[in-house]
Design a protein around this ligand. Structure first.
Ligand code: GLU
Length: 282
């Protein structure tokens, strides 16, 4: 049975780009006689609001989408992410990182050049080199810290060759080094997008992940986390992003194109859906 999902973060109003992505996942489920789930990714409590979640429900229902209930709301399942992090930590695969953004940039500048991924410079490993004693001492003194994946150790555990299937890009060999020692548990929220999404896709038995190509790079890491947590790797369908007339990616900050605004201006769901199809490249 095909199971897919749309997983928005309630950090702003949905716009046409979200409508396009939601319709992609929805149509995939329909075409495969599968299940369609909606998941609210609201772990970043600094940026997410309950009112925005309600608005997401309204907007998607207005578009004609139907999803199974109860909807999984990530902020209600933090203990699932904590236990996944505990497992990785007990397996010796995470290390505490006390660096600020500034510390990292300074180190990268001093090194002259550093590989960059979609999340900025690949972490240069400053805290990986700390002794056990120093780690313990700094934690005991209450210094704020994130937990990073020790990618080298992780790959010793998983073996180097991991693949996933992307319906558009073909078979992919995982290259987690593009994100390096990624943050698995953020200082401020006690988990991370990467950990929560992998845990939830596993728990919800998602077979097919339909999402924008902006998350393609993250998949290299997600495949490693799935292996480490004993979860299956779903099939991926990374689609092109909907762009505006100038070919630029639609962004939440452009209020005029929110679904709410379109709806209030009298546009019908069929018109929005029609435009999404017209303007899509894939
Ligand atoms: N919550 C993520 C976002 O809004 C999407 C996560 C995913 O589809 O894997 O960008």
């Amino acid at each position: 049975m095909t199971v897919t999902r749309f997983a928005p973060s309630p950090t702003g109003h949905l716009h046409k780009g979200h409508a396009y992505a939601a319709l992609k996942a929805w149509n995939f489920a329909l075409e495969h006689n599968g299940r369609f789930l909606l998941r609210i990714e609201d772990i970043d409590f600094n940026r997410c609001e309950q009112a925005k979640t309600e608005q997401i429900f309204d907007d998607l229902a207005w578009l004609g989408l139907k999803w199974e209930t109860p909807v999984r709301i990530q902020s209600q399942h933090l203990e699932d992410y904590h236990s996944a992090a505990d497992k990785l930590r007990n397996d010796g695969l995470l290390y505490p990182c006390f660096c600020t953004r500034k510390d990292i940039l300074r180190e990268v500048e001093e090194a002259g050049r550093a590989p960059h991924g979609s999340e900025g410079p690949v972490y240069p490993g400053i805290c990986r080199r700390l002794s056990q004693d120093e780690q313990e001492h700094r934690i005991a003194s209450g210094e704020a810290h994130a937990l990073r994946l020790d990618l080298e150790k992780a790959l010793e555990k998983t073996g180097a060759s991991m693949t996933w299937q992307d319906s558009l890009a073909g078979e992919q060999i995982a290259r987690p080094e593009v994100l390096g020692d990624a943050i698995i548990v953020r200082k401020d929220i006690g988990t991370s997008y990467h950990l929560a999404v992998v845990v939830d896709d596993g728990l919800q038995e998602i077979t097919d992940i339909v999402r924008g190509v902006d998350l393609f790079e993250s998949t290299h890491l997600h495949v490693v986390l799935q292996r480490l947590l004993g979860l299956p790797t779903p099939n991926y369908h990374h689609h092109a992003l909907l762009t505006d007339e100038k070919g630029e990616r639609l962004a939440k900050r452009n209020q005029s194109i929110t679904l709410k605004a379109l709806r209030e201006s009298g546009m019908s769901p069929a018109e929005v859906i029609g435009e999404c199809h017209l303007r899509s490249c894939e």
